[in-house]
Design a protein around this ligand. Sequence first.
Ligand code: SF4
Length: 373
Amino acid sequence: MSTMNKPHDQWESYHDIDRYGKLTLSNIEFTTTNLCNMRCAHCAVGYTLQTKEAAAIPSEEIIKQLDRVDTLRVMSFTGGEPLLTKRGIREHLLPLLKYAKSRGIKTQINSNLTLPMSHYELVATYLDVMHISHNWCDEREFVETGFAMMEQKPSFDKRAALYRNIFDNARALSKGGMFVSAETMLNRNTVPFIQKIHDEVANEMLCKRHEIHPMYASDFASALDVIGLDEYRDVVNQIIASRNEDIWILFGTLPFYPCSTDARDQALLTRIRNASNITIRNDVDGRSRMNVNIFTGDVSVSDFTDDGAALGNIKTASLEGIYEKWLSTNISSSINCHCPAVKCLGPNIIVKNMYYPTTDFKSGAVQSVGASY
Ligand code: SF4
């Protein structure tokens, strides 16, 4: 009898294909603050961070829009640091978290986990996933990289104390029953330390899941070295070989696809398919997910907004209308290939541009598991 365990990933876009037969708006990410107590070198939204919060759209108005999206099943909250101020938690987060709970919608908050425990206690009852980043080789690297873009930095000791908070908070929240999921982005800085980072996530932070994603050169992260596909494949194999099997490993935005004609990619995908407690997530952005900024009402798709233009605004259009408009754009079609045999929904746009700029991904290229065209 097989003992393979594949945990159910609530954020997987393919659940919508299984249920509705097509890409569906089921996932909304909210930007609920532009404030943060850190200024990481690799922050994906570093250029948007501010020191004073603007007025937000009232939660009741946002909820009216959400009421119209029958297919909504997951919501995420990001920033900045969504849990930075208790006022922000009470005014912006809690109404949406309570609303989600009342509809059975699963929720995730992206936090740097450096704050006093009382901030986390305010949301614990309503939250399904506490998502954190762990890209730190050690305390010194956190102290330097985590505040790289800050002009007036706190003292070394104060920054170091925040690093220890991450470990203490993760452990305490995990012990209290919260699902804490740590994400590590693979780049030239993290790859040499990936085993140490994984061991910390599993054994010291007691996280339930370790997410592994690529780091791509964009915005604040443009100065950081991305790694090539050969190195990426090697490090994924290394992680699988030396992982703690008790913790779920989720490969997000994995830059290897079932249509690959490279035998090494196929071997890796087979290895993942046959491993307990390891899953691959189809990229959600632009497939099941759009982002709503609660201050401006702008709706966007992460990774597709380099020109700063929103797809629409919830003050003037419905979320589903904006989503349908998005699906009809050339840029959306350019990455939305689909192979039902392997439940693959194609590459992330940045990954495609970075690793496969000339590849023409064709829907239906893979007709059965393990067979490429
Ligand atoms: S859906 Fe696209 S990326 Fe995935 S296997 Fe098919 S052609 Fe390749």
